[in-house]
Design a protein around this ligand. Structure first.
Ligand SMILES: [Zn+2]
Length: 614
């Protein structure tokens, strides 16, 4: 009893003494409860063990993926969520598994080759011993017609030698960089994190183009009698990059083509083969590969669970957290993204076990097929939130306060990207204030993309990815054979789970839904009092507006193709704004504005036109 009393008193004292500016006593007690709960019965180690060591890798459509989903669902039930269930999506995705393989150079000398098969390639007919031919780039393929029978083709277009200064880094984000990001007014000025300047639709379209292009490439190889394809890894130190992003794209649909046996090998071993060929020696390689395709539509699922809100009216509204459960096949998917799932699961456990009662419903979604361009989250958003092609709203659109995503490896959360949502920034600054002193409270206007929150963001649902320490995410583990449990930093994951639990508790209990950005939509707005019109550009695929009124959001304010050009109409509030257009990805000044009249905003944007709204 004595000890109990002491602990209670101590907890109360720390709670009281750690109240920071902007934080009430109740907040501070809630945070202490979260921290105390985090310290007993943490679920993080077990999640990594189960998802990576036991069930990894978790390529979509495989039994491993399905077993992981089942385990996660059971785990959520054990935590005491009100519901825990599967939601299936596009049933066309198939699974693929490596059963066995080996690769050796047998001539001019023996060398065991560090290799791994690329996804969705088929088996060899037993063990093959064959000479290699070097293909410098795919354009020179036509010159090899009739000369490839029984050969192994080295695909050299992405090959380059690393110099000795290439370093493997394990980094934390510096204080200075976080400070700069916090002050940076431009969401498109990508100071930290991982990004692409492509929209989701462009990413999907480019995957489709690759599918078409490579289909004929594989057919050619097969007609010519090539026995296997080998490409170099773009990582040093024998690390193999095993996703489908190079010569073998991810063929993920049922009955799609099956490329011939294809491998990625250590860049250093590829280099030796290339140098031998350059010396007039033709190396011989002995290899075999056994893979299986399986198609079971019940494996194409997201895992969803709810903690029902306790407020009668607000329980209709949702705060969603998510991470992708699937992985590539070369490692065990421990960092990408068992780590993210472990944090989100732990945040749910903490909320339930701490006895905190959220007013709004808290939902967790563990996505399938993120690596196949967001297959799972895309389907979820299309089914529940709104049509991603035409913007038609669905039932949950009005009720989602926020979606929070975790998918940048194992490094701890250092803050959050707000996707140019300047209205949310001060709210998050307050919610992150208890973490500021330990350096984990940066709130930046910057955009982050290339993961599942993009789909919610596209419909202007407040949707966020966290700023995370990179550690060795990009330098070693991302989509490589080294994505294994050794690189998971469990202490960082524990800290992240505390931040997520506190943040979603705060968002679930605040008075109103989180504010959304202005003038952001997947569809052009044509019913406002200020008209934007750009003449011509008939062959452009997309035109959008970037301005201070939409926080320079690159994809948010599209123009419609109209007679003679492109247009949109917006209801802007009174004031002066600066804008320019983005035409097929190119930032373009309004051609109507004479060159000498183009303006700068002093924040890095130039070539701007002023519009005055009265
Ligand atoms: Zn990922």
């Amino acid at each position: 009893m004595q000890t109990m009393k002491y602990i209670f008193f101590y907890t109360f004292l720390t709670a009281f003494s750690s109240v920071t500016f902007g934080q009430s006593l109740t907040d501070s007690i809630a945070l202490e409860k979260i921290k105390t709960t985090s310290n007993s019965n943490s679920s993080i180690s077990q999640a990594i063990r189960q998802l990576a060591d036991i069930n990894g890798p978790r390529l979509l459509g495989t039994l491993n993926y399905y077993n992981s989903a089942n385990w996660a669902k059971q785990e959520l039930k054990r935590f005491g969520t009100d519901t825990a269930y599967f939601e299936s999506f596009d049933k066309q995705y198939r699974g693929w598994t490596v059963k066995s393989f080996n690769m050796e150079m047998t001539k001019p000398n023996f060398m065991h080759i560090i290799a791994y098969p690329l996804a969705y390639t088929k088996s060899t007919k037993g063990t093959i011993v064959a000479p290699v031919t070097f293909l410098a780039n795919n354009d020179s393929l036509k010159y090899l017609k009739g000369k490839l029978k029984g050969k192994i083709l080295l695909l050299g277009q992405d090959f380059y030698s690393f110099n000795t200064s290439h370093q493997i880094l394990s980094d934390r984000v510096s204080k200075e960089l976080l400070q700069q990001a916090a002050e940076n007014p431009d969401p498109n000025d990508l100071m930290i994190g991982y990004h692409s300047r492509r929209s989701t639709n462009e990413a999907i379209a480019s995957q489709e183009q690759r599918r078409v292009y490579f289909k004929s490439f594989f057919q050619f190889c097969e007609q010519e009698g090539v026995v296997a394809l080998i490409e170099p890894s773009d990582y040093p130190y024998g690390i193999l990059h095993t996703d489908g992003n190079h010569n073998v794209p991810s063929y993920n649909k049922q009955k799609n083509i099956t490329p011939i046996a294809s491998f990625v090998i250590a860049n250093e071993h590829f280099g030796r083969l290339v140098r031998l060929i350059a010396s007039g020696i033709t190396p011989t390689i002995k290899l075999n590969l056994e893979t299986t395709f399986n198609y079971n539509p019940k494996y194409n699922i997201n895992v969803v669970a709810d903690i029902k809100g306790t407020d009668k009216e607000l329980s209709e509204q949702q705060v969603i957290i998510g991470a992708h459960l699937d992985s590539w096949h070369g490692g065990t998917g421990a960092v990408d993204n068992a780590a993210g799932c472990a944090v989100m699961l732990e945040a749910i456990r903490i909320l339930k076990a701490s006895g905190l009662r959220p007013n709004r419903t808290i939902k967790i979604c563990l996505w399938g097929g993120e690596e196949q361009v967001f297959a799972g989250s895309r389907a979820y958003v299309n089914n529940h939130v709104g049509n991603l092609d035409n913007g038609n709203k669905k039932k949950d659109f009005q009720n989602i306060s926020a979606y929070f995503n975790l998918d940048n490896g194992t490094g701890k959360i250092r803050g959050i990207y707000t996707q140019g949502n300047s209205k949310v920034k001060p709210i998050f600054e307050e919610y992150f204030s208890p973490f500021k002193a330990s350096g984990n409270g940066t709130v930046t206007l910057q955009n982050a993309n290339q993961t599942d929150h993009e789909l919610f963001d596209a419909l202007n649902i407040p949707a966020f990815q966290f700023i995370q320490d990179p550690l060795n995410y990009i330098s070693v583990v991302h989509h490589t054979t080294m994505d294994v449990a050794e690189y998971v930093n469990e202490n960082d994951l524990k800290e992240s789970a505390i931040i997520v639990a506190y943040l979603i508790y705060k968002v679930a209990n605040q008075e109103t839904l989180l504010p959304r950005r202005d003038f952001i939509s997947v569809l052009p707005n044509l019913a406002g009092s200020t008209t934007f019109f750009i003449e011509g550009f008939e062959n452009a695929k997309s035109v959008s507006l970037v301005s201070d009124f939409n926080n320079w959001n690159m994809f948010g304010t599209p123009l419609a193709k109209v007679k003679g050009g492109w247009s949109c109409k917006l209801d802007l509030s009174k004031g002066k704004y600066l804008y320019k257009y983005i035409i097929d990805g190119d930032w373009t000044a309004d051609p109507k504005t004479p060159k000498e009249k183009l303006l700068k905003d002093g924040k890095g944007h130039a070539g701007l036109t002023e519009v005055v709204v009265k």
